[in-house]
Structure formats: C-alpha cells, structure tokens
Design a protein. Structure first.
Ligand code: SF4
Ligand code: SF4
Length: 57
C-alpha cells in the first residue's frame, strides 16, 4: 500500500484493520513494511481515500 501524505489525517484506521500489522503511522507519514500483501483492506478503511494499493490481478 501507499499513502498520499497530503490527504492523510493520521487517524490510524488503516493500521488498525491491517491483518498482518504491516502499517506504521507517524503523524501523517504512513508506510507499510515488507509484510504487506497488497490485500486492499486498508484502502477501504481510510476516511479520506489516501490509501492506494498495487494489486496483482
Ligand atoms: S494492503 Fe493489506 S497487508 Fe498491506 S498494509 Fe493494507 S491491509 Fe495491510
Ligand atoms: S486511514 Fe487514511 S487518513 Fe487514517 S492514517 Fe491511514 S492513510 Fe492516514
């Protein structure tokens, strides 16, 4: 997943829904570590639409 830091409000919702605890939130700087599977769950959780994922189709 990737986060647009200009949109992110640092709410932490994405981190709380990640099934593999891959997300680190520090203010509005949000990143996912190597455990991220690009499942897309965090994308739906974000209230401001700041999260995008690259999906392998
Ligand atoms: S795409 Fe899935 S695995 Fe990756 S950070 Fe979001 S919820 Fe976690
Ligand atoms: S859910 Fe969206 S606004 Fe909240 S911390 Fe994650 S990326 Fe930022």
């Amino acid at each position: 997943m990737n986060v647009d830091s200009k949109l992110c409000i640092g709410c932490g919702a994405c981190a709380s829904v990640c099934p593999v605890n891959a997300i680190e939130v520090a203010d509005t700087y949000v990143r996912a570590d190597k455990n991220c599977t690009n499942c897309g769950i965090c994308t739906k959780s974000c209230p401001v639409g700041a999260v995008t994922v690259e999906r392998k189709l």
